[in-house]
Design a protein around this ligand. Structure first.
Ligand code: URA
Length: 433
């Protein structure tokens, strides 16, 4: 039956003028958008009003609950391994540049006895998405059935899947935010992350709230507020929830893009890889194991003894992926060289994210196919010595016409100096119980 109590123009005007949306209006607009009764252009206008006006804590909680209620909520509490309930635990990042951490982290936690039901996302704005990265592995699919997710959780200890019927309102709103300049909003990020995580059936959750130029919310105060909001939403929904505040002023690791980040993740799983990627992987793994009640295990050992790599290979194979050949790095490349001898200064994470997005790693219209091969290699990280004329960045794409605009994003985004730049610690703080 048609509900004449609410209409989209009034809901949009209420928020545009700084009002508070009622529970009924929020439930109506989320349900209407999920089922096509509220149009893309109306939701775009509402998202922009939310972006500009914000939301109260009560509005965020209701918006999140309505997004959870837009689809099904998975329940794995009946699953057993060796007669015991699974230690269900997951992680989600608020989005960063070069943030491939989920890829090595999930197998580390699997190897330590955790079970990770990971509903992952695609790229958003200048940041990459775990699904776009993993889908660069030939054959890998994130579109797996509920039965397969359950089977993998029991047999392997993880499944990484597209949210699908979980929080379908988020799937639609996420894709719309990506192309309407409405990503950088605390209420929209918190509700997007937490609706998926509450619906996916995890019991414990560790959030990685990014701080710095490459994060959606650049300042530490905003990121802290986002982390607190998400921890509150998770706790309210019955999840053991905590967060780390971590640096995103410079890109993570030495690669940014899709296939190229999987390549670096494999190096970490083989016991090598950049120190910052290893440090964050292990810090998040320790938090996840603790939140899941799995103590006494050393996540670093799983990288040394190859057990995390074995788990990753098994997970990829179960989801149709083939890691036997090389990963598809872009067919065309360009380098950016150092103008002088010296020490690499800061590298602006936002500029790198935009460069890689322009190379084809992200979307500018809804549903666009991303390039697996688009990406950047960072040969010199901040603080490392640099010689005049040597390549400091290599850019990859399958579409050479993209180079000019992509290279322009790097203008003024990095420098070579006489001394090492001052860097913030990678792990800034921890929030939660
Ligand atoms: N990750 C999400 O799932 N949603 C956001 O809005 C940002 C990061």
């Amino acid at each position: 039956m048609t509900d004449f109590t609410f209409d989209a123009p009034t809901v949009i005007r209420t928020k545009r003028d700084g009002g508070v949306l009622s529970d009924g209006a929020i439930d109506w607009v989320i349900d209407g958008y999920t089922h096509g009764r509220v149009a893309d252009e109306q939701m775009s206008a509402l998202l922009m009003a939310i972006f500009l006006r914000g939301m109260t804590g009560a509005e965020i909680a209701r918006w999140t609950a309505a997004m959870v209620a837009s689809g099904e909520r998975l329940d794995f509490t009946d699953l057993r391994r060796d007669g015991k309930p699974l230690a269900l635990v997951d992680k989600h990042s608020t989005g960063g540049v070069g943030d491939k951490i989920t890829i090595p982290l999930v197998p580390v936690v699997m190897a330590c006895g955790g079970a990770v039901p990971q509903a992952a996302g695609r790229g958003l704005g200048h940041t990459g998405g775990t699904l776009d990265k993993l889908e660069s592995i030939p054959g890998f699919t994130a579109e797996i059935s509920k039965a397969q997710i359950r089977q993998q959780l029991c047999d392997l200890g993880a499944a990484i899947f597209a949210a699908g019927e979980l929080a379908p309102a988020d799937r639609k709103i996420y894709a719309l935010r990506d192309v309407t300049g409405t990503t950088e909003s605390l209420p929209l990020i918190a509700s997007s992350v937490m609706s998926k995580k509450i619906a996916e059936g995890t019991r414990a959750l560790v959030l990685d709230s990014k701080v710095g130029s490459g994060a959606f919310l650049a300042t530490e105060a905003e990121s802290r507020e986002l982390a607190r909001t998400m921890v509150g939403l998770g706790t309210e929904a019955g999840l053991v929830t905590r967060a780390l505040l971590t640096d995103m002023e410079i890109p993570l690791g030495r690669t940014v893009g899709n296939a190229i980040e999987v390549e670096e993740s494999l190096e970490v799983l083989a016991g090598g890889g950049p120190a910052d990627v290893v440090e964050l992987t292990l810090a998040l793994a320790s938090e996840m194991l603790d939140a899941a009640g799995l103590d006494g295990l050393d996540p670093a050992e799983t990288l040394r003894d190859g057990s995390a790599m074995d788990r990753f290979r098994a997970l990829v194979a179960a989801q149709g992926g083939d890691l036997s050949g090389p990963l598809p790095i872009g067919a065309y490349s360009e380098t950016i060289c150092a103008p002088r001898d010296g020490t690499m200064g800061l590298i602006d994470a936002m500029a790198v994210g935009l460069t890689v997005w322009r190379l084809g790693a992200g979307r500018s219209i809804q549903g666009e196919q991303v390039q697996s091969g688009a990406g950047m290699r960072i040969h010199r990280r901040p603080g490392e010595p640099v010689a005049a004329g040597e390549a400091v960045f290599t850019l990859y794409t399958d579409t050479p016409a993209r180079f000019e605009a992509a290279m322009a994003e790097m203008d003024g985004a990095w420098s070579v100096g006489d001394s090492a730049p001052e860097l913030r610690p990678l792990i800034i703080d921890r929030i939660g119980p």
